[in-house]
Design a protein around this ligand. Structure first.
Ligand SMILES: C[S@@+](CC[C@H](N)C(=O)[O-])C[C@H]1O[C@@H](n2cnc3c(N)ncnc32)[C@H](O)[C@@H]1O
Length: 286
């Protein structure tokens, strides 16, 4: 019978032409098939791999070879130390978005009310709820994303602090006021989409396509934000590095008097705009 080490070698060879992470991916997929941690494989390299599990492993390797992201194959992805259920209806959460979480939790008091626009699987919203004690509202155009966000909130024990609504941008929550609004809306300029490496090609178009300059949705969102703010508020918007300066200009125009700055991601690239109110905002008219 094939040993784990032999199966792993075969898996790595089959994945090598398709991905630079062949070794890690093969280990993750084999560990998944066995219901074990990756470390366990290394300690049990000589253990036999039963035929049925070997076939399962080879099937998953074929899916990965065709470019399918590991997160969709496993049905889960890590974000800020927690595990989220994902499927091809939602974007796979990215480490870049963890900066929005860090900024938000440093700013928020327990009991604050937050809005996450374009909630996807709920990675940002559920993490802010779990880390800050805030109540987090989330919206998404996709009903499938809302269902997944609700499932993740339940699994992570933050369902009582999360309210998710299907609808366009802030429309479902237009009568509420927020201490913070965060958004990681689709922001890839349409023309750039074909050139982007996977997993983007496997992700829903509606989760990545930001229109001709990548900022179409943010322009609409910025027109809605001023009417939704509490007396003190923080805005955090993630976007593509080449579009950040334009987004920051749009934020300054929409939120005069706010302190606007640009935050960088783990790779040192400009990745998000932060806007914090200075002094009390005027009471909203409606
Ligand atoms: C880039 S994904 C981000 C998902 C999640 N926030 C994350 O960071 O993993 C953008 C999300 O915005 C949603 N979306 C796209 N257009 C929208 C709109 N007009 N109103 C609300 N949500 C929208 C998409 O369905 C998708 O789930």
């Amino acid at each position: 019978m094939t040993t784990l080490a032999e199966a792993l070698r075969g898996g790595i060879e089959s994945l090598a032409p398709a991905t630079e992470s062949a070794r890690a991916d093969a280990q993750i997929l084999l560990a998944h098939v066995l219901g074990r941690e990756r470390e366990w494989l290394i300690a049990h390299a000589d253990a036999p791999l039963p035929a049925e599990q070997r076939e399962n492993f080879e099937r998953l390797c074929r899916r990965r070879s065709s470019g399918e992201p590991v997160a969709y194959i496993l049905g889960r992805a890590g974000f800020y130390g927690r595990e989220f259920i994902v499927d091809p209806n939602v974007l796979i959460p990215r480490p870049e978005s963890e900066h929005l979480v860090e900024e938000a939790i440093a700013y928020l008091d327990a009991g604050a009310i937050v809005l996450d626009v374009g909630v996807g699987c709920g990675a940002i919203a559920c993490t802010i709820a779990a880390e800050s004690g805030a109540v987090v509202f989330g919206t998404d155009l996709s009903a499938a994303a809302i269902a997944l966000a609700e499932e993740n909130a339940r699994r992570l024990g933050v369902a009582a602090a999360c309210r998710f609504y299907q609808g366009d941008l802030t429309t479902p929550v237009h009568e509420r006021r927020f201490h913070a609004i965060v958004a990681n809306l689709p922001y890839v300029p349409t023309a750039d989409l074909p050139a982007l490496p996977d997993p983007v090609g496997f992700e829903p178009r509606a989760a990545v396509d930001g229109g001709s300059d990548g900022l179409a949705l943010y322009r609409r969102l910025l027109a809605q934000i001023p009417a939704l703010l509490e007396r003190h508020a923080l805005i955090l918007l993630e976007a593509a590095p080449p579009t950040i300066e334009d987004l920051a200009r749009g934020v300054r125009a929409a939120l005069p008097g706010f302190a606007v700055s640009i935050g960088r991601d783990y790779a040192g690239l400009p990745r998000y705009v932060r806007a914090a109110s200075q002094g009390e905002l005027p009471a909203p008219e409606n």
